[in-house]
Ligand binder design. Structure first.
Ligand SMILES: Nc1ncnc2c1ncn2[C@@H]1O[C@H](COP(=O)(O)OP(=O)(O)OP(=O)(O)O)[C@@H](O)[C@H]1O
Ligand SMILES: [Mg+2]
Length: 251
């Protein structure tokens, strides 16, 4: 199962990815986490691992990576199906049964656009071959630009994180329309909502596929402020999402 997590800026995508990875691990899966967000670097901290070498860097930088993609040159994983083990060792950081791969980040002023990162993400999500007990979880940049770059082409499920804001609801509607055209399965997670807020959001969303409602947890904010690893115990509700997603594959 290849899952892409998306949503508005700051809605909780990376938090959900990190905790969902831990929930899948608890349920006995090997989890490949792909950081496809070219801006925010925080996911590795949420996972409690070191930042691996960026794949874009391994490919010789953004320009070289695009050339390799277009010319069919460079490592085979850019062009053919591959297993995680075939990726360069220095581009993977592992903790338990969670494996982090980072596509690439924008580090400096005037570095140019992030299209090469989008193109590499799209290829890798499409080409990666998962074994029976493996799950791919991809974290994305805020908004819908990654849809424009076709990053979702190879995924099975899109998980959209909604925070309590009108912008999130508008974006959710837009992504719903895109996913219908793409014929991709779309599910929602409502984040940072108490019962009263969740009821309002659910009413506005009508018959959408909401997998879970996650509360606001102080432990998550504090760990985030200290740059510390997120622990599954901070938000055990997320195990329910992992469980529902696993049942979806088995059906
Ligand atoms: N359920 C929650 N309870 C408390 N704090 C939360 C919760 N979910 C997310 N946060 C906090 O909200 C902030 C944004 O979360 P996160 O980085 O996961 O969002 P994001 O959607 O990945 O953001 P970006 O678009 O910048 O990548 C962080 O400070 C995080 O600690
Ligand atoms: Mg993020």
């Amino acid at each position: 199962m290849k899952i892409i997590v998306c949503g508005k800026g700051g809605s909780g995508k990376s938090t959900v990815v990190a905790l969902l990875a831990k929930a899948f691990e608890r349920l006995g899966r090997r989890v490949i986490v792909m950081d496809c967000d070219e801006s925010n670097p925080g996911l590795y901290r949420y996972l409690g691992v070191k930042q691996p070498k960026e794949l874009i860097e391994f490919l010789g930088g953004r320009k070289a990576a695009l050339e390799k993609l277009n010319k069919g040159s460079g490592p085979t994983f850019l062009h053919k199906e591959f297993f995680t083990e075939e990726l360069p060792r220095e581009c993977i950081e592992k903790k338990g049964n969670i494996f982090l791969i980072t596509i690439g980040k924008i580090h400096d002023f005037g570095q140019g656009c992030a299209c090469p990162m989008g193109a590499v993400s799209r290829k890798l999500i499409k080409n990666i071959k998962l074994k029976d007990n493996e799950i791919l979880l991809a974290d994305t940049d805020a908004g819908v630009e990654h849809f424009g770059r076709g990053v979702e082409e190879g995924c099975d499920i899109i998980l959209f994180v909604i925070d309590p804001s009108m912008d999130s609801l508008i974006l959710a509607q837009k992504v719903d329309e895109i996913c219908r055209r793409l014929e991709k399965r779309l599910f929602y997670v409502i984040n940072r909502a108490n019962e009263k807020i969740a009821r309002i959001i659910l009413e506005k969303m009508k018959n959408k596929n909401v997998l879970a409602i996650l509360p606001e947890k102080e432990e998550i904010l504090i760990a985030g402020l200290h740059g510390e690893e997120l622990k599954l115990k901070y938000l055990e509700e997320i195990i329910d999402i992992a469980d529902k997603l696993l049942k979806l594959i088995h059906h």
